[in-house]
Design a protein around this ligand. Sequence first.
Ligand code: G3P
Ligand code: MG
Length: 365
Amino acid sequence: HYSTERTTRSPGTLPPFAFAFDIDGVLLHVAKPIPGATESLKLLQEKKIPFILLTNGGGKHEEDRVIDLSSKLNVELSTENFVQSHTPFQELAHGPNGLKDKNILVTGSNAAQSRAIAEQYGFKNVITPADILMAHPTIWPFEPLMEEVYAKTARPLPTSQPKIDAIFVFNDPRDWALDIQIISDLLMSRDGVLGTYSSKNGKPDLPDSGWQGDGQPPIFFSNPDLFWSASYPHPRFGQGAFQAAMYGIWRDITGGKELKRTVIGKPYRQTYQYAERVLNNHRAKLLGSGIEKLGALSRVYMVGDNPESDIRGANDFVSPDGTDWTSVLVRTGVWSAARGEPAHPPKMIVDDVAAAVNWALEREG
Ligand code: G3P
Ligand code: MG
């Protein structure tokens, strides 16, 4: 996988290319920088070559996560060039059909953190599984696995049986059992009212496929990652595994129905479209003028470790500006040669992020 073609550019013009870096498995293994990551980001900053961090991770508000990443990587980063899985959820709070004043159930990470993010996004009535468990302890018939966390973070419910208008999974859930129990209760409810049951959303005229008709709350997941690269030498289950468990249980509960859901994050087009907008805004600030003067980026090098998210997303994305997203797969994360050919072939396979940056810089001349 060595692409020998070189791009051509008239001398002295600004480099019309940029980078998008995945985080887990490319820059970090949880809290530990991957060798070469810090130097690579610093080199691009010195050369004023724009880049964004584009992660399916989350669990902290963008500002908090960027402070955390800056200290772990020892590189000055900002929210201006940072997109994480649930960042686009903030758009669902606002606008004419915004959910900011509705009751939403939020879980993921330790759900209290996800509640804090949701509130910073503008959602005003955020309920967590802990709130529901504390108000209705028998909803979970076994000893609660995270009792002390729940007791510390729970808030009273607005009413004993609130109507939940939407369900959000912001990051990787910790207590899958309790979360799936409560989410399923709401998806089997009449119009999202906690404690009720209806196979037809309470609307007898709905056909039997009424499950998840217009009566039950929509469910939004922030990323589909079945695996991700953490500190353990083998990939760990991500939010996509939680979804697979949820889908399997839903299929059995409903006699074979597919759970209707919205999943965002890489590899989906909306996430890459959003990321390209963030990258172009950042580039304009970094270089002091916008796309109208600089012209569109010719290329974005998407450096990732997961063929199913990073590589697939870049390969499939068709940029409205005609920017080519070139996928570069590293060997420091989810994928390794032991796992066979990548399901989505990258433009290039390299050892690590430093090799990815060197290959791109050499190629761009
Ligand atoms: O939860 C993190 C995981 O899903 C993957 O994150 O940075 O590799 O896209 P990242
Ligand atoms: Mg990754």
